[in-house]
Design a protein around this ligand. Sequence first.
Ligand SMILES: [Zn+2]
Length: 154
Amino acid sequence: MFSAILGIFGTLSHLLTMLPVLSFLLTAGFCSLSVDSLQKLAAADLRLQLTVLAAAPLTPYDVEVAETVRSRARQLRLLREGHSLTLNSAHLTGRAVDLMLLKPDRTYDNDFDHYQNLSLMMKTMATLLGVDLIWGGDWPKFKDGPHFQLKPEK
Ligand SMILES: [Zn+2]
């Protein structure tokens, strides 16, 4: 019990010392994303919003928020077309975000290594913010580099 309290206090004081860094990153993230991306991001769970805003300025890439909340009809279509393996997607509840990287010519970058780099930044920021994050690129079957979601609540 006592060690649990100490642990919480440790996390809180750690977050407080990180506050200037975090607020700088969140502002930088806000500036680095397009209006369209910010509008899509605003529909996602707040924990995902903060993680994306903090991680985006730390990557050497241009990041686009491609999708957050998804309708049931669209999910069904993606499943039928083989772009998804589930009808029970975290996108349905705004607990997932797809981040596309842009090449200098503004087309999508499909290099998995670049998404791996992005995931390192996303995971680092999620840990810092106390967010339980899952990266689609870690899935054994259907590697989804742009996909990040919150761990399902039990
Ligand atoms: Zn996704």
